[in-house]
Each structure stands twice: as structure tokens, then as C-alpha cells.
Ligand binder design. Structure first.
Ligand SMILES: *Cc1c(COP(=O)(O)O)cnc(C)c1O
Length: 366
């Protein structure tokens, strides 16, 4: 039996009929940009996130970028970001001309360690971006308390955590604003690129909407120099159908994660730690191994696909050579990047496949 790391096709078979209907609706409407599908998805997704507003945009990176731009952050400003994240979090900061200031994660939850944030705050600091990495909510209360103390904005990068709860509240409504990605492989994925901003700040929602549409709120009136990064009707129609399935598919991810956590506790792997206030949605199931390469090879021999999220931290990427961070600058992140391995997880896995992964991992990491 071969078990792919990710299979986007299998779960979509369940929704084939609904997705065809969504396509029909848009085709029949003859309307493709800024129409009723987008408006309705925005309302439905805002409600889902317990947020007052949602603005659809072209992708997750643009969602983060437009939030920072709407807050008018720019050159000379510093924005605190996790050292352990996908590079898009940092790129959004760079796009507005601000400087990403990395803060190390907790080595067991992989999320930014709130205890290390205060030391990174300077008079130039404007905001903290918390990433809910791998689907697990970051510890938001201490981050929000610090932000209040220093008058900073708190922005959630929720690209991997659609539906996750922090102390009973959905991500996307915890900070001042949140960026979501609907890249196909995310827990809520479109059939192409798409993203959204959620917020309780009506003014911010208006600004992001204008920025995403050439800086215009009224047709052919342009208050600012905006961009063209919009959620289109077709993707919104698909997303509306998939949103109805999101909780069920997240539950299936949770069931897989529970089995992995129970069955792999006796291995030599470091398993993800779930604080009691966190209800993660398991975008990824990430283990740590001191013998990662052997583990990958043994699992590949058993027909099991794995992946590394991520092999190189942003501060060691060529794109950030200008910041001159030497090897060892962020040792916790660097260690995580050396040791992490993502096991297959998703609504596509059946019980038999999960058992096969468990057997192979147990054999390979005693
Ligand atoms: C996927 C992702 C993004 C970017 O989303 P895109 O839609 O691919 O632009 C940003 N942050 C994190 C943590 C992500 O995983």
C-alpha cells in the first residue's frame, strides 16, 4: 500500500456534485469579480471565525501584506515575527518596507514563545504577527497583553489554522486582524489561489477592501495607490461549498492526530505538545527525530510519503541575506528545521492507512 503525504483529489470526490453546482451557478450568473458569491462567502467565513468582517483577497500573502499596508506600517518600523514560520509571514513585512524582527518558538508547540517577545520590543516596534503554525493556535493572551502595554497591533497568520480554537474562541478573531490562505493544500482550500482578511475593525476591513481593488471604494475614485488582489466569484463559490465540510474534515484530522499521539508515544520521536487551552486543527502532524533522514528513507521504503515543514528557516534564506543572520542566530528554530518531519494527515486518510503509517513509524523509530 502506498500512502501519499497529501491527496487533494480523494476528499474532493465527496464534494464533486456540490462543486459542479457551484461552477454552474457562476457560469449561469455571467459575473466573475465582486459579486454575490464573494459577498456571501465573506459573510459566512466571518461568522465561522466569530469575526465581524471578512474581506476576500487573492492569496494568503496578500492578506497579510494588505493588513500591514492598511495600518500604514513602513520603512523604519519593526514588526515581530516568529523565527519558525513559512517565509510568507516575513515577506508580508518586507513588502511594506518594515523590518521583520524574529522571536524564537517554544520547542514543543513550535509557536512563538510569548516570554521572549518583550526583549525584542523597541521604540520602533509596531506590531506582533503570531502564526498558528501547523494548525495549532499560538498562546494569544500574553501576546495581546504585551501589545496593550506597548500599543502594538496583533496580527494573526491563520493560514494553517482555519477552525482552530484558542480558549474556546476561533482563530481569526483573537487579534486586531488575521490573514487566511485558501491555497489548495490548506485545511480550507480553494481550487486555485485565494485568501481573506478577518477582523472586528470595520475601518480596517474597508481599507483592505479598497487596497485589494486599486485603492478604490467607489468605482473610478482612487484614494490610495492600491493593488489588484481579489477573491473571484468562482473560487468563492467553491469555498462556500468546502466551508460546509470544514468542521467534519477537521474532525477527521483530529482523529488521525489522536491515533498518532497515542500510538507513537513509546517511540524515540518528539511528538507535538497540545496545551490544554488549545484545540488545534492539525494542518500538519509534525514529529521531531534526531535521525530524520533515515526515518524518511525507511518510510519511503514502506510506501509512505512525508514532507519537511520547513527545511530552512526564513533568516537563513537567500532572500534575507541582507539581515546578516549567521548560522546559530536562532538556534531553537534551526534545530526544529533540522529535526522536523511531517507525517501524512488529512481527511483523505482512512483508518487502515493510519494504521499502516503507525506500524511503519514504530518500526523505524524504536
Ligand atoms: C500558506 C501560508 C501563507 C501564504 O499563503 P498563500 O495563499 O500561499 O499566499 C502564509 N503564512 C503561512 C503560515 C502559510 O502556511
Amino acid at each position: 500500500m502506498t500512502i501519499p503525504f497529501l491527496d487533494l483529489k480523494a476528499p474532493l470526490q465527496e464534494l464533486k456534485h456540490e462543486l459542479h453546482n457551484a461552477f454552474e451557478r457562476v457560469l449561469e450568473s455571467g459575473w466573475f469579480i465582486h459579486g454575490t458569491e464573494v459577498t456571501q462567502f465573506e459573510q459566512e467565513f466571518a461568522r465561522y471565525c466569530h469575526a465581524n468582517h471578512c474581506v476576500g483577497v487573492g492569496n494568503g500573502l496578500d492578506a497579510l501584506h494588505l493588513i500591514l499596508r492598511a495600518y500604514e506600517f513602513g520603512a523604519g518600523d519593526e514588526i515581530i515575527v516568529p523565527s519558525n514560520t513559512f517565509i510568507a509571514t516575513w515577506l508580508a513585512v518586507s513588502f511594506v518596507g518594515a523590518t521583520p524582527i524574529p522571536v524564537e518558538p517554544d520547542a514543543r508547540t513550535y509557536n512563538i514563545n510569548p516570554e521572549l517577545i518583550e526583549a525584542a520590543i523597541t521604540p520602533r516596534t509596531k506590531a506582533i504577527i503570531a502564526v498558528h503554525l501547523y494548525g495549532q493556535p499560538a498562546d494569544m493572551d500574553p501576546i495581546i497583553a504585551l501589545a496593550k502595554k506597548y500599543h502594538l497591533k496583533v496580527i494573526e497568520d491563520a493560514a494553517q489554522a482555519h477552525g482552530a480554537h484558542y480558549k474556546g474562541q476561533r482563530v481569526g478573531s483573537l487579534g486586531d486582524a488575521a490573514g487566511f490562505s485558501f491555497y489548495p493544500g490548506k485545511n480550507l482550500g480553494a481550487l486555485g489561489d485565494a485568501g481573506a482578511v478577518t477582523t472586528n475593525d470595520a475601518e480596517l476591513a474597508k481599507k483592505v477592501h479598497a487596497l485589494s481593488n486599486y485603492g478604490s471604494q467607489i468605482k473610478y475614485q482612487h484614494e490610495t495607490k492600491g493593488f489588484n488582489t481579489r477573491l473571484d466569484e468562482l473560487q468563492a463559490a467553491f469555498l462556500r461549498e468546502k466551508l460546509r465540510k470544514l468542521d467534519e474534515w477537521n474532525e477527521r484530522r483530529k482523529a488521525v492526530a489522536s491515533r498518532y499521539l497515542a500510538a507513537l508515544s513509546e517511540t524515540n520521536l518528539v511528538l507535538p505538545l497540545v496545551p490544554d487551552w488549545a484545540d488545534p486543527v492539525w494542518h500538519l502532524f509534525v514529529v521531531r527525530s534526531l535521525e530524520r533522514d533515515q526515518l524518511i528513507a525507511k518510510l519511503a521504503d514502506a510506501g509512505i510519503g512525508t514532507n519537511i515543514h520547513y527545511p530552512t528557516p526564513p533568516h537563513r534564506q537567500g532572500a534575507y541575506a541582507e539581515l546578516n543572520y549567521a548560522l546559530g542566530s536562532f538556534p531553537i528554530s534551526e534545530r526544529i528545521h533540522r529535526e522536523v518531519l511531517s507525517l501524512p494527515i488529512g481527511p483523505h486518510l482512512n483508518a487502515l492507512q493510519v494504521g499502516t503509517v503507525i506500524d511503519a513509524v514504530q518500526k523505524a523509530s524504536r
